[in-house]
Design a protein around this ligand. Structure first.
Ligand SMILES: [Zn+2]
Length: 244
């Protein structure tokens, strides 16, 4: 591990533009669930005999809003804080390094830590809007109907989070921005993701630099790119050993 940290440190020191491509594993050390592990969101749903691709879809939200909005959601009760990984990346940027973050997470923890260039592939769970009129409502003061479904008092439209659900396409501008950042960076750090979820696998192919590092608890397959360094560990635990 020590040798791997030294190598990562050297790569970061030498890089001018670093692109960090992160997934759920970046936030697990902040207490947020990932998808597929024992406590993962999908695993829990499947234990209840629910198919995540169905019950986390746009169609299900529209056709079964009462069930959709009344499902126990552990994430909402938590007030997650950035962990050592988020903090390191923000501090590195603050020191003058060109750090770009592309994240599959919707939790906003990179921004909370202070990162300034964060592309959110799957949207964010801090903005809520009415699907009919677009009015925005704050999470803490969400108008709800008698069935506890968040609804706009003006036109009774469903109020939803600005996140990508199953059955929805990613914002093409966000995809283009991600590709451009990947193409224009010289070090790619893929962290806390299996790259198995669309569009992660296809996106990293656009990396135009020469060095690729993976930090993940289990080894992953990175198509079309040669991985220079694979660190099998947690993301925060790894990054906190580095110096700025
Ligand atoms: Zn409305």
């Amino acid at each position: 591990m020590e040798q791997e940290i030294k190598q990562l440190q050297r790569y970061i020191d030498e890089a001018k533009k670093i692109v960090f491509f992160g997934g759920a594993g970046v936030s697990t050390e902040s207490g947020l669930p990932d998808y597929r592990s024992q406590e993962g969101t999908y695993t829990k749903l499947e234990k209840e005999h629910l198919n995540p691709k169905i019950v986390m879809s746009k169609r299900y939200m529209l056709e079964n809003p009462v069930a959709f909005f009344n499902r126990p959601n552990t994430q909402k009760k938590l007030r997650p804080k950035p962990n050592a990984g988020h903090q390191y990346l923000a501090d590195l940027e603050r020191s003058g390094k060109d750090v770009r973050i592309i994240t599959q997470n919707v939790d906003g923890l990179h921004q909370k830590a202070g990162s300034k260039l964060v592309v959110e592939l799957h949207g964010n769970n801090r903005r809520f809007y009415c699907m009919k009129c677009g009015r925005e409502y704050p999470l803490n003061d969400m108008p709800r109907d008698k069935d506890n479904v968040p609804r706009c008092p003006i036109d009774q439209g469903i109020i939803r989070a600005d996140v990508i659900l199953f059955g929805e396409n990613l914002d093409p501008r966000v995809l283009e921005r991600s590709k451009a950042l990947l193409a224009d960076s010289d070090l790619l750090i893929i962290a806390g993701t299996s790259l198995s979820v669309y569009p992660a696998k296809n996106l990293v192919r656009h990396f135009g630099g020469k060095r690729v590092v993976v930090i993940n608890k289990t080894p992953i397959d990175v198509p079309d790119l040669q991985v220079d360094l694979m660190i099998e560990s947690e993301v925060g635990k790894t990054l906190e050993q580095l110096t700025i």
